[in-house]
Design a protein around this ligand. Structure first.
Ligand SMILES: Cc1cc2nc3c(=O)[nH]c(=O)nc-3n(C[C@H](O)[C@H](O)[C@H](O)COP(=O)(O)OP(=O)(O)OC[C@H]3O[C@@H](n4cnc5c(N)ncnc54)[C@H](O)[C@@H]3O)c2cc1C
Length: 379
């Protein structure tokens, strides 16, 4: 498939690139070193319409589609992968509300999320249930007009700062059909933020534990019907995964640009290292793999924009792009030699930031399971 961006998509790409290089790039290293959550940047990104890119305009979104979302995500990730994951999860939290929210839920929760007035979070993972998302134990028991949620959610991106959290909890025993989704505000009684994680990378993003102790949630905050939660979450994650694939492509492009520049500046044995075939082959492999990941990702996004199923394509894009960025980050730090190991150089940060892409929103092993299942059932 030959991919041709529309004029609007190209404009969005250039606008976000210009914004990210001007506003984010100069401070991304400090945000990482000092673990600063980028509030000010996020406010500006909200003004640019980046927090609800697939949300209809009547609900505060910019509704520019998944391809534009991927292009924007690449550009933000190029400059700051931490900011990119924060943005990714805000867009992810909108997905099930757009698809299943009542008019009242959309007005109350989707509008402020899409406008970026509140940050979103999407809470599935628990201490004993990661890849096996259907193994969650958090319970939701209904008493009158409220559900009472009890359990612990782990590793929740934006967990400390989200104004709206989509939380999965169990309303019945059946593994998949017993799971429901709820819209939860941090001010609800029984909600608290637990451990805030100290991470290898993405150090300017927030990852926190959420503790629910008979957390009182109005029954009207049930998203869809009881038992719809797992299916809803998996559908949202299809789009989420092309977001992480795009984050991977953005990080890889940044590694690549750094490596090419350095190979033209650094001399050893009297010649620029870029004149040696060993370095040239690394550069050629990096460029080829980045291009392949970019096309896989945009293809999945284009299918989504046409309303077609993307489960397999999204998993392929996420699997390939996330493994690709780890290879590219490895090669980029290799090209930098000892300097690549030092915190003064951007590739050191990118190498750490790249690592988690093969883990969150489904590990590489889970993506392979999804792809194989789709193939074997004849999708
Ligand atoms: C920075 C960060 C942010 C995150 N943000 C969120 C968030 O916002 N919301 C959220 O809900 N979660 C979030 N997560 C959690 C993330 O989605 C999980 O970490 C991930 O799904 C893996 O789960 P686990 O860590 O429990 O690993 P496990 O599931 O315990 O897996 C351990 C290893 O076993 C492998 N494995 C497991 N099952 C199988 C199998 N059947 N076959 C083969 N191999 C298998 C895995 O691939 C992995 O290699 C985040 C995680 C991180 C690190």
């Amino acid at each position: 498939m030959v991919f041709q961006l529309t004029n609007e998509q190209q404009m969005i790409q250039l606008m976000v690139r210009d914004f990210a290089r001007r506003e984010i790039e100069p401070i991304a290293g400090r945000l990482d070193r000092e673990g600063i959550f980028p509030w000010e940047i996020l406010r500006k990104m909200a003004q640019l319409g980046l927090m609800g890119m697939m949300v209809p305009e009547e609900y505060g979104g910019s509704n520019v589609g998944a391809v534009s979302y991927c292009l924007a995500m690449q550009e933000i990730a190029y400059s700051c992968p931490s900011t990119a994951v924060t943005m990714a999860v805000c867009n992810l939290a909108c997905e099930p509300i757009v698809a299943h929210g009542t008019e009242e839920q959309k007005r109350t929760y989707l509008v402020p999320l899409a406008r970026g007035e509140k940050l979103g979070a999407f809470a599935v993972t628990e201490p004993q249930a990661g890849s096996d998302a259907a193994g969650i134990k958090t319970r939701a028991e209904r008493h009158g007009d409220y559900y009472f949620l009890t359990g612990t959610k782990m590793f929740i991106t934006n967990g400390s700062y989200a104004g709206v959290l989509v939380i999965l909890a169990r309303t019945a025993e059946e593994p998949h059909r017993g799971i429901s989704a709820f819209l939860v505000e941090p001010g609800f009684p029984g909600f608290s933020v637990g451990v805030v994680e100290d991470k290898m990378g993405l150090r300017a993003s927030n990852t926190a534990e959420i503790v629910l102790e008979e957390c009182r949630v109005p029954a009207s905050n049930l998203l869809g019907q009881e038992g719809d939660g797992f299916r809803m979450a998996m559908a949202a994650l299809d789009t989420g995964r092309i977001g992480i694939a795009s984050q991977s492509v953005g990080i890889a492009r940044a590694c690549f640009d750094e490596a090419v520049r350095y190979s033209k500046e650094r001399k050893q044995f009297g010649k620029y290292i870029g004149t040696y075939q060993a370095i040239q082959w690394m550069i050629a492999d990096m460029a080829t793999e980045i291009e392949a990941a970019k096309l896989l990702t945009l293809q999945a996004a284009a299918h989504r924009d046409r309303g077609e199923p993307i489960t397999m394509l999204a998993s392929m894009a996420k699997l390939y792009a996330s493994e690709m960025v780890n290879r590219v980050a490895f090669r980029a730090t290799q090209i930098f030699g000892g300097y690549g190991f030092m915190k003064d150089y951007k590739v050191e940060r990118l190498y750490r930031d790249a690592r988690v892409t093969t883990v969150y929103e489904g590990t590489s092993e889970v993506q392979r399971m999804v792809i194989a299942r789709q193939i074997l059932k004849g999708a």
